[in-house]
Write a protein that binds this ligand. Sequence first.
Ligand code: NAD
Length: 462
Amino acid sequence: MKAHDGMYIDGAWRPAVGTDTIEVVNPVDEQVLGRVPAGTAEDVDTAVRAARAAFPAWAATPPAERAARLGALRDVLTARKDEIAETVTAELGSPLSFSQAVHATVPILVAGSYAELAATYAFEEKVGNSTVYQEPIGVVGAITPWNYPLHQIVAKVAPALAAGCTVVLKPAEDTPLTAQLFAEAVAEAGVPAGVFNLVTGLGPVAGQALAEHPDVDLVSFTGSTAVGRRIGATAGAAVKRVALELGGKSANVILPSADLAKAVNVGVANVMSNSGQTCSAWTRMLVHAAQYEQAVELAATAAAKYGDRIGPVVNAKQQARVRGYIDKGVAEGARIVAGGPEFPREQGYFVQPTVFADVTPEMTIAQEEIFGPVLSVIPYEDEEDAVRIANGTVYGLAGAVWASDEAEAVAFARRLDTGQVDINGGRFNPSAPFGGYKQSGVGRELGAHGLSEYLQTKSLQF
Ligand code: NAD
């Protein structure tokens, strides 16, 4: 797609106040794909005013009308699926087949789920002698990362619109073209002017201005824990609602009764997909000591198969960061059994799919989020030890448990301090709540839980 040289504000593409731009680079060949405006606090203010002006009318629309607009949005995303996949591949670098199967498809499911929820949700209920209303919070400032560029946007904008909120979106600087495409889709879906607005720009400039804007009622942020902490502090000082979807360091716990080969293979695939740039990736594989060497061998073989099949990471900074972590793993005594720190190609931000063995739970690579195709295999002695290691990070976003008996896996999963657990490779559910325990965040996205983040409660007594 061709980059817009404006911002989508109040139903039209308008020039930014300043003249600075952001270069969008293809991570595969390092070529510049286009430029988008680098918005400033003034652009953010214009967008927030538009969202505020549009709020009363949108909040008052019957839920059925909001459901119809979301249904139309789902249909536009479906019709433009190929273009979306190509755009994500161009600016994120993910293989086209993955962009088609995941980046372009999941947002259709999520938009569809909110079309349905808007039509069926109980925005009003009777509690004894009271009527309790769920009302939209107001203007939402949405700040999103680049790793699943469209999914992250739809996971905020669809529930916000379903609730009756209006939105200003500040997408990640690496993937603004997908965000522009989404703005086109919103317009095509007949969403009224000002209900959805897009300001492209840098995080510390446009993002910060949005997070600090006094007329934003709720800040919904997905990104790093470092930035999330700041945004949470700013929102706290203003007594403002905030939703934070942050980092993760999820454990894939393989219990001794599990099908080891299957659990290892699915676990490696999970970490390598999207080049390891998935917040919920199971980057720590926990295996019983008696099965450890066998699991390491299986993991190394599985990872080697991904050699040429994964895309690059998103940019040069991220590539250097991932290599820094691989070097650190070696320096702290872990053993590389697949991949390594050397970049596999001269051009593009590629990193080798890497597996570490002999990782102890305290090592940096077992504690910090790497956000690259790097897996640590960690031995445990018994179930108590596995629980302790799995819960032994500041994060708690996701995880996996494998066992021959589902009840055994469920009992273990209930002991994990984490927001989502896949049992024996369970399938993605676009309506299941997603979000973190501990420093992985505050609040939930997707499904009815995600919708309730954008609502506030009023009760009338009779
Ligand atoms: P990041 O925090 O650097 O950026 C995320 C967004 O915040 C971008 O739009 C960026 O421009 C903006 N931003 C940066 N500084 C800001 C500031 N001072 N004020 C306001 N906005 C600012 O994160 P990233 O590197 O783009 O994304 C990777 C991180 O996101 C990883 O830690 C990953 O785990 C996390 N993530 C979490 C989830 C989840 O659902 N929990 C999903 C995807 C990614």
